[in-house]
Ligand binder design. Structure first.
Ligand SMILES: [Zn+2]
Length: 347
């Protein structure tokens, strides 16, 4: 049986546009992404849907995020109008536009709009009235998934998180991400022992790496497009191996643009070998479906059978495993890609 964890509150977060090199385009991280996967999987035989109705406590969030950061996110989203000096734009979202440069501009100020820049690293995570509820329930979906893995009743547990989380760090939002769902799941699974993360999104999981950089009990692995050419540009390089307390607990495999299925499969094996050597007791897989050849954000060439293969390789680790939804912007294909991954995992 597959347990699919889903919360409809994600629909409360629906920013209108994204700033793309001087142009405005429709925001790709849209509610239809998660709903398409939900409708694709939920009707299938052997899939049980679990909907959490009690959100995670602030204390749980603060176990992986900075306290001031969590309070800021809740406060600005739930009282948006109070912090904007003129009427809110019709679309109802605040976009960060001033970022403190390092050294002389890096103090946290009283201004909420100033804090928006302070706690943000790019222009891709605007905040609206529903953003907090959506992010909170997305985090709750991940934690509920981890709890289901601990229960051990299902053959596979898939946390259908939206908004995604792997670009959100200890104290910053960015890249469509607000709270780090995978990190919250890891925190729950730690009661089993060491936990390994294998992030298979097209982009480096910079936020997850930031959170566990100095943690010797969490292996943070990510395979992704070479950040020399792809977002997030400043992290995800092979020489990032963890902080002084956790050397070699971080492992990045940057892959060239144009990577095809066979090169990707080899990288998956290399990553699995590294993760297995860490002797983890549980596994968290941040799932980006944006490695698909027909994804609009992608320059890899993965095809359907590659997802089956990846799922099977992960299953061979023989560990309690949680899948956590991250990217994937081909709305029509997402559900089928998730199905293929699970098909391989259960084969
Ligand atoms: Zn991505």
């Amino acid at each position: 049986m597959i347990q699919l964890i889903y919360a409809s509150q994600h629909q409360l977060h629906d920013p209108p546009t994204e700033y793309a090199q001087g142009d405005m385009m429709p925001y790709p991280e849209m509610p239809a992404r998660a709903d398409q996967i939900y409708h694709h999987l939920a009707g299938q035989a052997g899939v049980e849907v679990i909907e959490p109705h009690t959100p995670l406590s602030l204390e749980s969030l603060m176990a992986v995020h900075d306290e001031g950061f969590v309070e800021f996110l809740r406060e600005i989203s739930t009282n948006l109008e109070q912090y904007w000096h003129s009427p809110l734009p019709d679309h109802g979202y605040l976009y960060p536009e001033v970022f403190p440069a390092r050294r002389h501009m890096n103090r946290l100020r009283d201004s909420m709009v100033g804090q928006l820049g302070y706690y943000t690293f790019d222009v891709f995570a605007p905040i609206g009235k529903g953003t907090w509820q959506a992010a909170l329930y997305s985090a709750t979906v991940a934690a509920t998934g981890a709890a289901q893995v601990l229960e051990g009743q299902a053959s596979a547990v898939y946390a259908l998180c939206r908004p995604p989380g792997h670009h959100a760090g200890y104290d910053f939002v960015g890249g469509y991400c607000y709270l780090n769902n995978a990190a919250l799941a890891v925190n729950r699974l730690r009661e089993l022992g060491r936990v390994a993360i294998i992030d298979i999104d097209y982009h480096h999981g910079n936020g997850t790496q930031h959170i566990f950089w100095d943690d010797p009990d969490v292996f943070t692995g990510s395979l992704h497009a070479d950040p020399t050419f792809e977002y997030p540009y400043y992290s995800g390089f092979a020489d990032e191996i963890g902080g002084s307390e956790a050397i070699h607990a971080t492992h990045n495999i940057p892959l060239p643009l144009g990577t095809d299925g066979s090169t990707y499969r080899q990288a998956v094996h290399e990553m699995i070998e590294k993760a297995a050597a860490f002797e983890p007791s549980a596994l968290v897989i941040p799932v980006g479906l944006d490695t698909f050849e027909d994804d609009p954000n992608c320059h890899f060439g993965l095809q359907l059978d590659d997802y089956v293969y990846i799922g099977k390789a992960i299953a061979e680790m023989g560990l309690p495993t949680l899948f956590v939804q991250e990217g994937g912007y081909n709305v029509e294909a997402n559900g089928l890609l998730a199905e293929k991954l699970l098909e391989g995992f259960l084969s």
